[in-house]
Design a protein around this ligand. Structure first.
Ligand SMILES: *[C@@H]1O[C@H](CO)[C@@H](O)[C@H](O)[C@H]1NC(C)=O
Ligand SMILES: *[C@@H]1O[C@H](CO)[C@@H](O)[C@H](O)[C@H]1NC(C)=O
Ligand SMILES: *[C@@H]1O[C@H](CO)[C@@H](O)[C@H](O)[C@H]1NC(C)=O
Ligand SMILES: *[C@@H]1O[C@H](CO)[C@@H](O)[C@H](O)[C@H]1NC(C)=O
Length: 472
C-alpha cells in the first residue's frame, strides 16, 4: 500500500515544465534545469522567467460535470484546454468548501489549521489563522502582482482576515458562500441577509445586477488589460459557480431544453457559462500578451451535489462525503510552457500540492514560516499530509452543520452503523467491494496511520456565532 503517499512535490515533476524539475534524491531543493535551448545557466533558484499563474477554481463542479468525462454538459473550452495540457485523472480535493480553499491557499492540511470541522459560517468570528503564510504572500515575495476575483469563504470577521491582508494586491468578489448570482444578497437563515460584493476592503455598492460569472470574467480581463506582462502576475479566479442558488442567464438554458431534470438543466447552463468565461480569460491572456508565459490551472473545490444538479457519476458519493464522489475532482493544467503536453496523468495529486508547486514555479523558496516546527513545507506535506488511502466514512461528524439530513443519507442506507470500510480504489474506483473483512491487516495498518495523522491535528476552530454579525 502506498501509505507513504508522496504529496507536495509530485505535481511539478509530473508536469515537467521546460525549465524546472525536482531533484528526487533531494526533494527539498528545487533544481532548475537548463532551459530547452540549453543556454540559460542562471542561478539554480531563479527560473529564467517566472510564469504568469492563472488559477481557476469552480465551486461544487462534479466529476461528471465536464465534457471530457463523458458528461451531458458541453464544455468545449475546458475540453480543449485540458486536451492540449495535462489532465489530472487522479486528482483529489477536500469534500467541502472552506477546507479545500484553506488547503489550496496555505499548502497545509485542514487538521493543521483548525478548519477541519466545517465551512466558516457567515456569522462566525473565524477565519484562516493569521499566522499562516499564504500562497499569494509567497508569490508577492517572489515579485508577483497578485489579484483575487470571486468567492473567498475563508473568513472576514476582522480586517486582518480579508484577502487584501492575506496576500492579494486587489480583491473583487464575495466573502461568503451561496450568494445570489445577480443581487449578491447573502443570507444566513431567514431575515439574516446582507449585500456581499466587495472591492478591496470595502463594499462594492451599486456594482451588483450582473451575473457573477460574467462580472468576474470582465474583472479578470480588466486586470490583464492594465497589467504589464513583463511583471509576473498571479490571478486567483474563484467562481461562485456552479454552487447553489441554481441561477443562469436565459441564453445558456436553451441548449439544455431536453434535460428533463430542472436542477440539472439550470446547473448545466451554469457550467456552460463557466466554460465561456474560461474561453474569454484565455482570449484575454493572448490578447494582452500573457499567454506564452502562462500556466493555467483549473480545479474544482469539492465533489458535486446531486441534490442541486451536480453529478459525480460513476463515482460513489457526493460533496460532503469521503466517498470518491466527494473528494475526486476535475483538474487540469494548460500551459505553452509544458514540456510534455497532450497527456493524461494518473499520478496522485492533491489540492494541497499546488502551494509548493506554484511557489517553486515562481522561483520562491518554501522556507518554514514562523510557528512551524522547522520542517520544510515539502517534507511536512510528505510526513504529515500524505493521503493514507483509507476510507473512514463519517459524513455526519465531518460535514458538521450543513443543511438538511443529506449528509446522513449514505450512512442511514447502510445496514449497520459501520464506520470503517476498505476499498482498493485502483481496482475498484466505484467503491463497490468492501474488503475490510478480508484484509484486517491493511485495516489495522491504515488505522494506525490515521491515528498517527490524528495526533498531529490541532484543535478545531469553530467559534459560536456572534449576534452582532446580523447585517441589519
Ligand atoms: C540531487 O541532489 C543530490 C543531493 O544534494 C545531489 O548529490 C545530486 O547530484 C542531485 N542530482 C541532480 C540531478 O542534480
Ligand atoms: C465572453 O465574451 C463575450 C464577448 O465579449 C461576451 O459577450 C460574453 O458575455 C463573455 N462571457 C463571459 C462568461 O464572460
Ligand atoms: C488493487 O487492484 C489492482 C488493480 O486491479 C491490483 O493490481 C492490486 O493488486 C489490488 N491491490 C490489492 C491490495 O488487492
Ligand atoms: C483522534 O484524536 C481524538 C482526540 O485525541 C480522539 O478523540 C479520536 O478518537 C482520534 N481518532 C482516531 C481515528 O484516531
Amino acid at each position: 500500500m502506498a501509505v507513504h503517499a508522496l504529496t507536495g512535490f509530485s505535481v511539478v515533476s509530473l508536469l515537467s515544465f521546460g525549465y524546472l524539475s525536482w531533484n528526487w534524491t533531494n526533494p527539498n531543493q528545487v533544481e532548475y534545469e537548463p532551459v530547452l535551448d540549453g543556454k540559460d545557466k542562471g542561478s539554480p533558484l531563479t527560473p529564467r522567467k517566472p510564469p504568469h499563474i492563472i488559477f481557476i477554481l469552480t465551486d461544487d463542479q462534479g466529476f461528471h460535470d465536464v465534457g471530457y468525462h463523458g458528461s451531458d454538459i458541453r464544455t468545449p473550452t475546458l475540453d480543449k484546454l485540458a486536451a492540449e495540457g495535462v489532465k489530472l485523472e487522479n486528482y483529489y480535493i477536500q469534500p467541502i468548501c472552506t477546507p479545500s480553499r484553506s488547503q489550496l491557499i496555505t499548502g497545509r492540511y485542514q487538521i493543521h489549521t483548525g478548519l477541519q470541522h466545517s465551512i466558516i459560517r457567515p456569522r462566525q468570528p473565524n477565519c484562516l489563522p493569521l499566522d499562516q503564510v499564504t500562497l499569494p504572500q509567497k508569490l508577492q515575495e517572489a515579485g508577483y502582482a497578485t489579484h483575487m476575483v470571486g468567492k473567498w469563504h475563508l473568513g472576514f470577521y476582522k480586517r486582518e482576515c480579508l484577502p487584501t491582508r492575506r496576500g492579494f494586491d486587489t480583491y473583487f468578489g464575495s466573502l461568503t458562500g451561496s450568494v445570489d448570482y445577480y443581487t449578491y444578497d447573502s443570507c444566513d437563515g431567514p431575515g439574516m441577509c446582507g449585500y456581499d460584493l466587495h472591492e478591496g476592503e470595502g463594499v462594492a455598492w451599486g456594482r451588483g445586477g450582473k451575473y457573477s460569472t460574467h462580472l468576474y470574467t470582465q474583472r479578470v480581463r480588466k486586470i490583464l488589460a492594465a497589467h504589464d506582462p513583463r511583471r509576473p502576475v498571479f490571478i486567483f479566479l474563484s467562481f461562485q459557480a456552479v454552487h447553489t442558488p441554481l441561477q443562469s442567464p436565459k441564453e445558456y438554458l436553451h441548449q439544455y431544453r431536453d434535460v428533463a431534470n430542472v436542477a440539472r438543466r439550470r446547473y448545466a447552463a451554469m457550467v456552460s457559462v463557466v466554460d465561456e468565461a474560461v474561453r474569454n480569460v484565455t482570449y484575454a491572456l493572448r490578447k494582452y500578451g500573457f499567454y506564452r508565459d502562462s500556466v493555467l490551472v483549473f480545479s474544482t473545490d469539492n465533489g458535486g451535489q446531486p441534490f442541486a444538479g451536480g453529478s459525480n457519476w460513476p463515482l460513489r458519493g457526493r460533496k460532503g462525503t469521503y466517498w470518491e464522489g466527494g473528494i475526486r475532482g476535475v483538474g487540469f493544467v494548460h500551459s505553452p510552457l509544458l514540456r510534455r503536453r497532450r497527456r493524461v496523468s494518473r499520478a496522485l495529486v492533491h489540492i494541497t500540492d499546488w502551494y509548493p508547486t506554484l511557489v517553486a514555479l515562481a522561483g520562491a523558496t518554501c522556507r518554514p514560516a514562523t510557528g512551524w516546527t522547522g520542517v520544510h513545507p515539502l517534507r511536512r506535506l510528505e510526513a504529515a499530509d500524505g493521503r493514507p488511502g483509507l476510507r473512514r466514512l463519517d459524513p455526519a461528524a465531518d460535514a458538521g452543520r450543513l443543511p438538511g439530513s443529506w449528509w446522513d443519507l449514505e450512512r442511514r442506507t447502510q445496514a449497520a452503523r459501520k464506520s470503517v470500510w476498505l476499498f482498493n480504489v485502483t481496482g475498484d474506483p466505484y467503491e463497490r467491494y468492501d474488503q475490510a473483512d478480508q484484509r484486517p491487516d491493511v485495516v489495522r495498518e491504515l488505522l494506525a496511520r490515521l491515528a498517527h495523522y490524528n495526533r498531529t491535528a490541532i484543535p478545531v476552530r469553530y467559534p459560536a456565532e456572534d449576534p452582532r454579525a446580523n447585517p441589519n
